[in-house]
Design a protein around this ligand. Structure first.
Ligand SMILES: [Zn+2]
Length: 260
C-alpha cells in the first residue's frame, strides 16, 4: 500500500520515526509521500527522502501568514534544482479568515501554473472551497491531475474532480459513523477513484482517537472501506495502490524498504 499523505517530518515523529516506519511496513505500507507545508521545513524534509519516501514541494494554504512575500519565487528556485513527485500541498482553505482569501488564491494559482509547466500532479488541500478550486482547475485547464487530500466535497464535486484526472484521498475520517456523506461517496464511487492516506500525525481513525496518527493506522481505514464497498481488504489495498501509482507515476516497489 501507499500512504499518499503523511507528515513524517512533523516534530512529533522526531523521537521514534524509525519505529513508526517499521510499524507501517508491518501493516503493509511500502511507499510514503510527504507533502510540504512551509519553505523553512524543506531541507529537513529532504533529509527524509529515500527510494520509498517521496516528497512533494508546495506552500500550504492554511499557513498563508508564514509564507514570505517572495515565497513563489523561492519555490520556483527550489523546484529548478530539486524536482518533486508532485506539487503540494496546495489549495484553498475556507476555514481561514476571509482576509487571507486573495493571498491564498494568488499562491494556489501560482503553484498550479508551476505544476502545469513542470507537468506534475498536485496534492490538493481543499476545505469549504471545492467550487472555487474546481473553477480554477477548469479555467487553467490543468491537465496533470493529482489527489484531493482528505476529500470533503459532495458526490457531484467528486465526479468533476475524477473527470479532471484526480483521485480522492481517503483517511481516518471515513471511519467516523457520522461522516455519512463521505461514507456514501466511497461506498459507490468507481474502483479507480480512491487512494489511501493517513494525514499523520492528524486525523486518526476512530479506533485510535486521541492518539498521534501514524501510517500503520491506515489498516483501520482499509477495513472500513472494505466494509462499505462490500469487498475484501486485499482488493482495497490493490486498487488504491494501483491508483496512487498511476496518478503519481510511481514505480512498483515490492521489496522491503530499508528502515530509514
Ligand atoms: Zn497535510
Amino acid at each position: 500500500m501507499i500512504d499518499t499523505h503523511c507528515h513524517l517530518d512533523h516534530p512529533s515523529f522526531a523521537a521514534d520515526r524509525a519505529l513508526v516506519l517499521q510499524r507501517s511496513i508491518d501493516a503493509g505500507i511500502r511507499q510514503w509521500i510527504i507533502p510540504a507545508i512551509v519553505l523553512r521545513h524543506f531541507s529537513a524534509m529532504q533529509a527524509l527522502q529515500t527510494a520509498h519516501i517521496h516528497l512533494a514541494w508546495g506552500l500550504h494554504p492554511l499557513f498563508y501568514a508564514e509564507h514570505p512575500e517572495d515565497a513563489l519565487n523561492q519555490l520556483a528556485e527550489w523546484l529548478s534544482h530539486t524536482p518533486p513527485l508532485a506539487i503540494g500541498e496546495i489549495g484553498l482553505d475556507g476555514f481561514a479568515p476571509p482576509a487571507s482569501q486573495d493571498q491564498q488564491m494568488h499562491l494556489f494559482c501560482g503553484q498550479l501554473a508551476m505544476a502545469q509547466s513542470l507537468r506534475l500532479p498536485v496534492l490538493l488541500h481543499v476545505r469549504k472551497c471545492h467550487e472555487e478550486v474546481l473553477g480554477v482547475l477548469k479555467k487553467s485547464a490543468f491537465a496533470y491531475g493529482g489527489v484531493v487530500h482528505a476529500y470533503s466535497g459532495s458526490w457531484q464535486q467528486a465526479e468533476r474532480y475524477l473527470e479532471r484526472g484526480f483521485c480522492l484521498g481517503i483517511g481516518g475520517v471515513v471511519t467516523r459513523p457520522q461522516a455519512t456523506r463521505l461514507r456514501e461517496i466511497v461506498s459507490r464511487v468507481a474502483d479507480h477513484a480512491l487512494v489511501l492516506e493517513s494525514d499523520a500525525p492528524d486525523l486518526p481513525p476512530v479506533a485510535c482517537s486521541g492518539q498521534r496518527n501514524e501510517p500503520a493506522f491506515i489498516r483501520h481505514t482499509v477495513a472500513t472501506l472494505a466494509q462499505l464497498r462490500n469487498c475484501s481488504a486485499d482488493s482495497i489495498a490493490e486498487s488504491t495502490t494501483a491508483n496512487a501509482r498511476r496518478i503519481l507515476s510511481l514505480h512498483p516497489s515490492n521489496h522491503m524498504p530499508p528502515q530509514e
